[in-house]
Design a protein around this ligand. Structure first.
Ligand SMILES: [Cu+2]
Length: 111
């Protein structure tokens, strides 16, 4: 893929994100929405809610973002939850684009 095509694709993706935010959130959030930021996440699975695309994780501190806590995370793709069970130690990537927050990847570290 040449650079032009890649730029066009990035542009299209950004436009899509902006549009979906314009329709999905208030103008206030639209203003604060910028690039997606990624954070490494480590924690312990407390509960799984695949029907709601959610997993509850007791996570360690995420430097510069969040202190350690137990909270519910959205997964964009439920296949991320395959093979993951309550009690597993997991590691993943948290994606943040205010006001949205979701798990971009998730893998078992220890059963
Ligand atoms: Cu948290």
């Amino acid at each position: 893929m040449n650079r032009l095509a890649r730029n066009n694709r990035t542009q299209a993706l950004l436009t899509l994100l902006v549009l979906s935010c314009a329709s999905g959130c208030g103008s206030q959030e639209g203003k604060s929405g910028g690039a997606v930021q990624y954070y490494e996440l480590k924690g312990l699975v407390m509960a799984l809610e695949p029907s709601r695309n959610r997993v509850i994780i007791a996570h360690e501190e995420i430097p510069h973002f969040m202190k350690a806590m137990t909270m519910s995370f959205t997964v964009k793709d439920t296949s991320l939850l395959q093979g993951i069970e309550v009690g597993d130690s997991v590691r993943g990537v948290l994606a943040v684009r205010r006001p949205d927050l979701w798990l971009d990847s998730l893998a078992v570290v220890r059963k």
